[in-house]
Design a protein around this ligand. Structure first.
Ligand code: PEP
Length: 257
C-alpha cells in the first residue's frame, strides 16, 4: 500500500430514504471506533435526498466518517432539469462523488467524455472523484479487460493536471462481479489495479501513481475483504450491497482483525 491510507466507501445506490439513512449512519458510527478511523478512511455515499440528513448527523455528533454523492452534474448551473451541481454538493459537505459507475454507464449511456467532464466538475468544487472503471463479462472472456479498463482511465483523466490527478480515487469494478456474488479473485483485482497504477506513472509520473488510491469493487463482504486488501495495489473497496448492513460494513473497515 506504500503509505496510502486505505479507503472503504459504501455505495448505497437507490436505497434508504432520509430517515433510514440517519438510522444506518448512526448504527455505523456506533460500530466504528477511533482506531478504525486511524486505520482507514470511511465514506458513505447516500442517494441525493439523504445527503442533508447525513450531513446534519455527522456535524451534530462530530462523526469522523466522510460522505459524498453517487453522481455529479458536469454543468455549473442553469437549465439542466434533474441535475445536481458540484457547488450544491460541496455546500452539503460532500467530500467525494462517485463518477462513471457501471450502472450509470450502462443505464444512462455515460461515456468517457462525460465521465471526464464530471471529474472536472468535482475538482472545480474540491470534491474528490471516485472514478469507476472496469470491464463487462464479454470483454473479460475475450482477455481484453486490462486494455478496456486502461482506455477508460485515459478517457476519464483527459486534461486533468497532475496536482488534481494525484488526489483522485479510482475504483476498479469488473461489471460481472457487481451485485452478482461473483468476486474477482484477489489476483484478478491486483492485475488490473497494478496496470492502472502503471498507466498513471506513464500519464503523469511515479509520484502521482504512488499517491492515487485504487479501490476494488464487486461483491466485497466481511468474509472476502482481507484477501483483497493483501494485494499491494489495492487500497480499499467500493462496496454496494454489503454497505447497507452496518455490521458487515464495520467488518470490512476492520479487515485487519
Ligand atoms: C458497486 O455497486 O459499486 C458494487 C461493488 O456493488 P456490490 O458490492 O453490491 O457488488
Amino acid at each position: 500500500d506504500d503509505g496510502r491510507k486505505p479507503l472503504m466507501a459504501g455505495n448505497w445506490k437507490m436505497n434508504n430514504n432520509h430517515l433510514e439513512a440517519i438510522a444506518l449512519t448512526q448504527k455505523l458510527a456506533f460500530g466504528l471506533r477511533e482506531a478504525d478511523y486511524d486505520a482507514v478512511d470511511v465514506v458513505v455515499l447516500p442517494p441525493f435526498t439523504a445527503i442533508r440528513s447525513v450531513q446534519t448527523l455527522v456535524d451534530a455528533d462530530r462523526l469522523q466518517l466522510a460522505y459524498g454523492s453517487q453522481d455529479i452534474s458536469p454543468h455549473v448551473s442553469g437549465a439542466y432539469t434533474g441535475e445536481i451541481s458540484g457547488a450544491m454538493l460541496a455546500k452539503l459537505g460532500c467530500s467525494y462523488a462517485v463518477i462513471g459507475h457501471s450502472e450509470r454507464r450502462q443505464y444512462h449511456n455515460e461515456d468517457d467524455a462525460l465521465v471526464n467532464a464530471k471529474v472536472k466538475a468535482a475538482f472545480a468544487n474540491e470534491i474528490t472523484p471516485i472514478m469507476c472503471v472496469g470491464e463487462g463479462l464479454e470483454v473479460r472472456q475475450a482477455g481484453e479487460h486490462v486494455a478496456h479498463t486502461l482506455a477508460q482511465v485515459d478517457g476519464g483523466l483527459e486534461k486533468i493536471p497532475a496536482d488534481q490527478a494525484r488526489t483522485i480515487v479510482i475504483a476498479y469494478e469488473p461489471v460481472w462481479a457487481i451485485g452478482t456474488g461473483e468476486v474477482a479473485t484477489p489476483q484478478d483485482a491486483q492485475e488490473v489495479c497494478a496496470a492502472i497504477r502503471a498507466r498513471l506513472a506513464e500519464l503523469y509520473d511515479g509520484e502521482v501513481a504512488g499517491s492515487v488510491r485504487i479501490l476494488y469493487g464487486g461483491s466485497v463482504k466481511g468474509g472476502n475483504i482481507a484477501g483483497i486488501m493483501k494485494q499491494s495495489d489495492v487500497d480499499g473497496a467500493l462496496v454496494g450491497g454489503a454497505s447497507l448492513d452496518p455490521g458487515e460494513f464495520v467488518k470490512i473497515c476492520r479487515y485487519r482483525d
